[in-house]
Design a protein around this ligand. Structure first.
Ligand SMILES: Cc1cc2nc3c(=O)[nH]c(=O)nc-3n(C[C@H](O)[C@H](O)[C@H](O)COP(=O)(O)OP(=O)(O)OC[C@H]3O[C@@H](n4cnc5c(N)ncnc54)[C@H](O)[C@@H]3O)c2cc1C
Length: 299
């Protein structure tokens, strides 16, 4: 499968952009905020929550970081204006994490100020392991300023149980996912069963202490494992949620909703969708394989 995925990734740049757009459109709401608003409103009609995410490019200047900040603020305003059941997800590198930590924090703070005004929640995504420490550091600073924000932790990292245990003491709001970046085996679990065991162990630790968790997975084994923990701790439906990516495993999504659980869909949008998709495919050829598979075998 690896060779197959890598071959697909190599071929994608030769496929006309219009064609790539056709298969990317299942996973991306569109190029504009108004596309994302429409997709979110349709999800809301089905009783599904959303988290909107402005796709961004690698940035290297303060101006680009500020433009991204302003786009995030526009999302917050739109959520309020159109009364959407959504929050905002963002990546700190888009706000300048790799340029200067203080610049990044100031940009985040401006976004949080707007979120505070409308009482909205903001989720800070987790990026590759070169960003883990600084992301946690900025999250902790942000949380002191505005508690209605949360962080993502990745079950494939060896360090995560320790990070979770420390953040649990502060009653952090988590999204737990497997992790999407290709990390070295010195710091990350590589086999699927090992990642799944760690995922459920961390999830149990989070849920046992009453932390709110967004359980972000399309893996049925993890969904079933989560159901068991939810039952074991007799959790209220409002104390956790499931999360899935737009366009992925919609049958599983429907069954989670039918079982009465809250479900939030990640709604990415923006004019950088093409470069973003190519970069994501290169970072992790498995994604290209997923897309190809899901076109051929719709579940
Ligand atoms: C809401 C949400 C937010 C996320 N935020 C982050 C983040 O901040 N940082 C981070 O590192 N990762 C993030 N991820 C990605 C996550 O880490 C996983 O890599 C990804 O979801 C695949 O893992 P899985 O649990 O679905 O299990 P897998 O075993 O990888 O997938 C189970 C099945 O789901 C399907 N599937 C999974 N992913 C896709 C896909 N992209 N396209 C098509 N089919 C797919 C496949 O059929 C696969 O067999 C997020 C995921 C979600 C759902």
């Amino acid at each position: 499968m690896n060779f197959f995925n890598k071959t697909i990734v190599k071929l994608i740049p030769y496929v006309p952009k219009k064609v790539v757009r056709i298969f990317a459109s299942k996973y991306i709401a569109g190029e504009t905020l108004s596309d994302a608003i429409q997709v979110t409103a349709k999800l809301n009609e089905k009783g599904i929550l959303a988290t909107m995410d402005v796709l961004g490019e690698d940035i290297s200047t303060k101006e680009e970081a500020e433009r991204n900040r302003d786009e995030c603020i526009e999302v917050i305003k739109a959520i309020n204006k159109f009364d959407l059941d959504s929050n905002l997800s963002l990546k700190l590198t888009q706000l300048g994490l790799k340029i200067n930590l203080d610049l990044c924090f100031q940009n985040l703070k401006s976004i949080l100020e707007k979120a505070k005004l409308f009482n909205q929640f903001v989720r800070i995504d987790m990026e590759d392991s070169s960003c883990t420490d600084s992301t946690i550091q900025i999250f902790e600073r942000a949380r002191d300023y505005y508690p209605n924000c949360g962080i993502v932790l990745q079950a494939y990292l060896n360090r995560t149980l320790e990070d979770a245990t420390r953040l649990i003491e502060k009653k952090a709001n988590f999204r737990l996912c497997k992790g999407i970046y290709v990390e070295p085996e010195t710091i990350a679990i590589k086999d699927k069963q090992g990642i799944n065991r760690n995922f459920l162990k961390i999830l149990k630790t989070m849920l046992a202490t009453g932390c709110y968790v967004g359980i972000a997975t399309h893996d049925e084994e993890l969904v079933q494992g989560s159901y068991k923990l939810i039952e074991e701790f007799k959790l209220e439906k409002t104390s956790y949620e499931f999360q899935m990516l737009l366009g992925v495993r919609e049958n599983l999504r429907a069954s989670i909703v039918k079982n009465g659980h809250r479900l939030r869909v990640y709604v990415p949008f923006g004019k950088h969708w093409y470069k973003y998709s190519l970069r994501r495919f290169k970072e992790n050829p498995q994604i290209a394989g997923y897309i190809f598979k899901s076109i051929l075998f719709r579940d």
